[in-house]
Design a protein around this ligand. Sequence first.
Ligand code: 2PG
Ligand code: MG
Length: 409
Amino acid sequence: MTPKIKSIDCHKLVNSRGDWTIETHVELTDGSVGVQAIPDGASKGQNEAISIEPEKAVDIVSTVINDALKGEDPFEQDVLDEVLISMDGTPNKSHLGGNSILSVSLAIAEASAMSKEMELYEYLSVLYTGKKKMRHEVRFPTPVFNILNGGKHAHNGLSFQEFMVIPSPKKNFVEAMEMGVDVYHQLKKNLTADNYDIDVGDEGGFAPNGLTVGKALTYIKSAASEKFKPGEDVFFGMDVAAESFYKHGKYCVDEEELKNDNVEMGLYYSNLIKKFELIYIEDPFYEKDIEGWGQFFKKEGKKLMIVGDDLVVTNTKFLSMAISQSLINAVIVKPNQIGTLTETLRFIKMAKENNLATIISHRSGDTAEDTFIADLALAVDADFIKSGAPVRGERVAKYNRLLEIYFKD
Ligand code: 2PG
Ligand code: MG
């Protein structure tokens, strides 16, 4: 007999930033259970699904949503997601809350995977392609390690949010992880030797005071160069998160006393591209500065990944706009920006059909209980996964889930 949804419960719990979030349990009549905690961003796009207050979300999930979905077929993921979307009735899920809705949507998929005795990534691949992915068909994403933090994740006077080390996609997943760990430790040594402090930011990267963008890139490059060859084994990237230093129409890189317009900002990036082996730049412009994005993509779009995060917020509406205006060639995927699994999968499909690289991403406020993005990355053959530095429980939980699958055959 096909199992049905038996109950949906929710409680609050604390995330890695010490903020309250929620965790939802979906139980099926055959005893299968799905559990899903919800992450939270610090630098959010304006068009993201709205997270409502955790106490309210707990109440909505355990009452309104539980009542609506109890007795339903859990394998009808798209039908259930549509029910949630229409019950909410707003474009940004502000009525029931993106956090409430997503926790239920993802937990239903997890309970369903358990019921079918599948790994989560296997079940998600069924939802994505209609076919179960076998272990030998799995392609592991390249990890993008954010090892130096600034912006809203660090408050250390560094304008840009993330400085990343990216192993060559030719490396297998374990080699890539080893590289991330190695470069992280080397960077710690080098910063210590130069008397910088080695406290970490929200995503586990070091967050010393007194760096500039150029210096930060020089540090990660020299840490990587100790054992690896930049441009061959290892590359670099940045999440600029430009919205966080865009004030009154100017990009204010205060540590260098710059107030750049979008042309000047583009030139600033072009200089960095010449100097460093950058293959990745995320949110180089404020999400409403379409002109800035367009000019920059025209000039540099063939040289590196220009990645939309706040610009497209895992939403096909904004992705179509970015594609038709030629603004990006890669996208960040964050399920909690949109609020349901079905919409997330649709977004990934659209990105791939348009030959955009896909990067599945954590949030800066996250939990070790949640490793959903690791399975999602495998299910959809994502090119990259972004889960911070290779330290801190909530960051390594995602990498470790991938290692668990990697070593299990
Ligand atoms: C980002 C994310 C994750 P936040 O901007 O890409 O690194 O940060 O979760 O704070 O939005
Ligand atoms: Mg980002």
